[in-house]
Design a protein around this ligand. Structure first.
Ligand code: ADP
Ligand code: GN1
Ligand code: MG
Length: 336
């Protein structure tokens, strides 16, 4: 589809939502791997701008449940923040813009699902952390996010992607992809497969502690990349975004995924592995910020489990990306 007809379609869909004013411009937005995001600029600059997203329903199979999770979590955060002096829930929490008929999403004639958020003006996000202050405030932001949600019963949320961080299931699928080798790519990645297989044994510690009832299931974010933290124009954290995977989980997973992106000096898809170096001061800064907000509600064992998450999540990401390569790039949008 060309740009004009896509824009016409977006305009038509946007008009179904409860927006103020009218749309002046539409831009494709962001660098996510899963959804398609469009920025909608208002004609009247004093009125809000919006973000329209097409939700990838091949991956998120129950969009109504996903949107209900986002509603439950954002309402809870909003209520909690409203009681904290100096907080501005409008700016610090995502706001769902419903359809004019009150529904949380629109399903088009092709079966695609669309939802809209209020666009938070004068914000930006980075793929890479640039300094310790950013690492520290990202830690604070995810710690505060979990802390504000620590009194929300995780059982109220649906599992938007069942077994999302279950390493045993991920490894089963990895093995199935190796066995099927439908793209005939296995021969190119034998060394990588061996590398991952040699380390399998050490990777199920969090899962075992959880299954044994020793770690509580909490409301966790499950996609704690640094680029899911919106910063304001002074580079201060404003809002945690990308709530599609908010569901019951273990805090070690969120900690591990955040550290994965925060301490890497190179982008996650850097081809030159010489550039992939660890930044330990950023690790320390994130941990300080995180524990400052989270230590109050975490159990002792959860605090100990954080390091297990740091070992596990980069490994699990490698398993997931390599599985997708073997399956023919069916899950992630890839850039090359
Ligand atoms: P994806 O799942 O594709 O990563 P995100 O929900 O993270 O999608 O959104 C993509 C990009 O859009 C983000 O990286 C951020 O730059 C921007 N963004 C998301 N939500 C908002 C918002 N409410 N206000 C302003 N920018 C936003
Ligand atoms: C995907 O959509 P995005 O880019 O925020 C993925 C995450 C991975 C991430 C790796 C639903 O997130 O789990 O950590 O790519 N999201 C889903 O960059 O699978
Ligand atoms: Mg994102």
């Amino acid at each position: 589809m060309n740009k004009n007809s896509t824009n016409k379609q977006i305009e038509k869909i946007a008009s179904l939502f409860d927006v103020e004013g009218s749309i002046a411009a539409i831009e494709s937005y962001g660098s996510g791997h899963i959804n398609d995001t469009f920025y909608l600029k208002n004609v009247d600059t004093t009125l809000p701008d919006y973000l329209l997203q097409r939700i990838n329903h091949t991956i998120f199979k129950d969009v109504p449940a996903l949107m209900q999770n986002v509603k439950t979590v954002t309402e809870h955060l909003r209520e909690k923040l409203a009681k904290i002096e100096g907080s501005d829930p409008e700016k610090e929490v995502l706001t769902i813009i419903p359809l004019k008929n009150g529904q949380l999403y629109y399903q088009d004639e092709h079966g695609n699902y669309w939802r809209m958020y209020l666009f938070l003006k004068d914000t930006h996000c980075y793929d890479l952390v640039e300094n310790e202050a950013q690492a520290y405030s990202a830690g604070q932001a995810f710690g505060k996010f979990q802390s504000l949600l620590s009194d929300l019963d995780a059982a109220l949320l649906a599992d938007t992607i069942p077994n999302f961080h279950n390493i045993e299931k991920r490894l089963e699928r990895f093995q199935a992809a190796i066995d099927a080798d439908i793209m005939d790519r296995k021969k190119e990645v034998i060394a990588e497969i061996d590398f991952l297989n040699e380390r399998r044994g050490a990777m199920n510690a969090v899962l075992k502690l959880g299954q044994g009832g020793r770690l509580p299931l909490r409301v966790t974010h499950n996609d704690t990349k640094f680029n899911n933290v919106l910063l304001d124009k002074n580079d201060r954290v404003q809002c945690i975004i990308d709530l599609d995977t908010v569901m019951p989980g273990y805090v070690a997973y969120d900690f591990g995924d955040a550290i994965r992106t925060i301490i890497n000096k190179a982008p996650e898809d850097e081809k030159d592995l010489e550039k992939v170096k660890l930044n330990i001061p950023f690790f320390e800064a994130y941990t300080k910020g995180y524990l400052q907000e989270a230590a109050g509600f975490l159990t002792e064992l959860e605090i100990k489990s954080l390091m297990l998450g740091v070992l596990l999540i980069p490994y699990m990401q490698a398993v997931r990306f390599l599985t997708d390569y073997l399956e023919g790039d069916v899950y992630y949008k890839i850039g090359f």
